[in-house]
Design a protein around this ligand. Structure first.
Ligand code: F6P
Ligand code: MN
Length: 314
């Protein structure tokens, strides 16, 4: 407890990055993104909930909020002077920028994941993947940093630069201050979040889900990838899946914008992420739009998923 009238010292995001010895231009990128998120929050709170009249590279109807969040991030990254290229779930091409001196970075992102949940007031998020240099079409293992911002009842930011996973909360001055360092996933069991239509699951996944239920896992699925992953990270246990489905062998979630950054964070926290056959981070992307099935969370639950899928060969 501090003295009456004194304020508890809070470590903000920039200070934390500096303390951890993160490279100067990478700090720049991460801080620009954290600033952008404040404008995204504002558009979520007050913006137009309607459609934009356009569609993204998956043929999904874009909402005005998707397009606005994308523009906010794109502008920040461009103006940072240290972003060589960027690609987003809401853009059909890789965009290249001129960089100033020093190290430059490339960013793949989902500006507003779960945007269709805003009108029913559920939690949504921004997901970010960062590579060194001017190429974003690399295996997730090559990432130098990943982060997400979760817009829930509170706003939190979770990042890793390959040196553990750290959680920040937004304070009343709209600054991100440290909540906890070195978040870990080391518990077993607990919760499961199964995405996709259950009647389209293959026999391996169906048996796996039955085994989770028999072992007492509780169902926890919000429909938003960011809050669902955040729950596993902060509870330190559990499993999220969006598996391969009958008629949809690559599942739904996007490798560059959603799976690689979350797999990086979850592995950094001591968990695992697999497409059922191999680690997500080792998948060679064949295009910016690539999707993959995913089983992500505590190591034991991911290993069990791989076992069921291997036994049924599907
Ligand atoms: O962008 C993908 C997403 O909205 C994720 O946030 C979420 O996990 C998933 O889709 C939900 O998909 P479905 O509506 O098929 O359960
Ligand atoms: Mn998304």
């Amino acid at each position: 407890m501090g003295e009456p009238g004194t304020t508890k010292f809070q470590t903000d995001l920039r200070r934390h990055l500096r303390q951890r010895g993160v490279e100067r231009n990478l700090i720049r990128i991460i801080c620009e993104i954290s600033e952008a998120s404040k404008y995204i929050i504002n558009s979520i709170r007050t913006g137009d909930l309607g459609v934009a009249g356009t569609s993204n590279l998956y043929g999904e109807e874009q909402l005005a909020l998707d397009v606005l969040s994308d523009r906010i991030l794109q502008k920040r990254l461009k103006n940072s002077g240290v972003c060589a290229s960027m690609v987003s779930e809401e853009n059909n091409d890789i965009i290249r920028f001129e960089c100033g001196g020093g190290d430059c970075y490339s960013v793949a992102y989902d500006p507003l994941d779960g945007s269709s949940l805003v009108d029913v007031n559920l939690a949504v998020g921004t997901i970010i993947s960062i590579y060194k240099g001017d190429n974003v079409l690399l295996r997730g293992r090559e990432q130098v940093a990943a982060m997400y911002i979760l817009y829930g009842p509170r706003t939190t930011l979770v990042y890793s630069t390959g040196d553990g996973v750290h959680e920040f909360g937004m304070n009343q001055l709209m600054e991100y201050t440290l909540v906890q360092e070195n978040v870990t996933i080391d518990g077993v069991g607990g919760i499961y979040s199964p995405g996709g239509q259950r009647n389209l699951y293959t026999s391996g996944t169906e048996k796996y889900v039955l085994s989770l239920e028999e072992s007492g896992h509780k169902l926890r699925y919000s429909g938003g990838f960011v809050p669902d992953i955040n729950q596993i990270l902060m509870k330190g246990r559990g499993i999220f899946m969006y598996p391969h489905l009958k008629g949809r062998p690559q599942g739904k979630l996007r490798l560059l914008y959603e799976l690689n950054p979350m797999a990086f964070l979850v592995e950094q926290a001591g968990g695992a992420a697999s497409n059922g056959l191999m680690p997500i981070l080792d998948i060679e992307p064949d295009g910016i739009e690539m999707c993959a099935p995913v089983f992500i969370g505590c190591c034991e639950d991911v290993a069990t998923a791989e076992k069921f899928i291997a036994e049924e060969s599907v």
